[in-house]
Design a protein around this ligand. Sequence first.
Ligand SMILES: *Cc1c(COP(=O)(O)O)cnc(C)c1O
Length: 395
Amino acid sequence: MDLIHNRPSVAPRSGGPTVTDPVYLSSPDIGELEESYLLRAIRGGRFDPDGPELGAFEREMAARVKVGYALGLSSGTAALHMALLAVGAGPDSVVVVPTLTFAATANAVTYTGAEPVFVDCDASTGNLDVDLLSDLLGQLTDTGRRVAAVLAVDINGRCADYDRLLPLCAAIGVPVVEDAAQALGSTYRGRCAGTLGRVGIYSFSHNKVMTTSAGGMLISDDAALVARARHLATQAREPVSHYEHRDIGYNYRLSTLLAALGRAQLSRLDTMVARRRALRDRYARLFATVPGTQILGADDPGSNCWLTSVVVEPERTGWDPGELAAHLAGRGVESRPMWKPMHRQPVYEDRQAALTGAADHLFATSLSLPSGSALTDDQVERVFAAIAEFLEGRQ
Ligand SMILES: *Cc1c(COP(=O)(O)O)cnc(C)c1O
């Protein structure tokens, strides 16, 4: 299941007109340029990963985010799996994972045989709570656990607190894996999201900032690490003419046709991010006039603003985010709470977790609003009109 999707989930207003043009949280932004790149790739007649498109996409991405190496993979989840294996996650190790994230982050840890240990988030950013992480790492090492990695997630496109996170992990020799699935195009102190840890990943799922319909990428400056991931992701085939295998491999390379789509999207990334940022600014201006609400992480100019989430304090507003969501649904506008924390998920609820209640609170009080760059001006006006109508009704 994806966290955000484009399937109709917006109920028509009961008794009212059927909504014919639903507005979704984050729809693919695909047009003629993508069509022409894809067609060119098909006509090129190369369908294997050694065809020109995939290599070109990897080089263009590496240049764009100023990193040594990039590896195109079939999904962000596959990229996380490869990144974790490449840093040595496996049975008898633990990987620290923020509890406020999409399930793929934790699942990729589980695929390796390592155990995810969850850590709560900072209430004001939604990103991993570094003080809590510091205590947790101390406890884990004191009890003799091997910590294979800390997985940092850049939530909604805002980078985690790397100024504090990186030295903390470096001091005990634990690599940081950056889940920048949501953060392509974001920066942190001038550096590109995805490149802040030992290895990072992007997702090109249909709802992300740019999409290949399905796809992902692993990026790192560590040539040996990327070579290892490339080997594992290509069925671990040894470089000899017959089929020779020393490792269990995976079939995880990105389709070269989809790489062509990715090249078109990458050339438009700045424009698409600018549109998301403009939407975030407009939401921030609107909710600045509503006491008891705030836009999560709105103070970060480096964010790509993948999703904009409003946080509501019902004691001050007199309404809760569920009421706003229901009103928007009635107007054909999709909205959704942030992620249900991993420590609350039936599949992970018995795992170790260091908690403050911040992720639970964000889950209960947040609402993500339509944020996609493909929204038409008309759709944007409908969203803002629907919110204004709700707020007027509550005054
Ligand atoms: C989307 C997402 C993923 C998974 O990416 P896929 O390409 O859908 O496999 C992983 N982590 C986070 C934080 C995500 O938002």
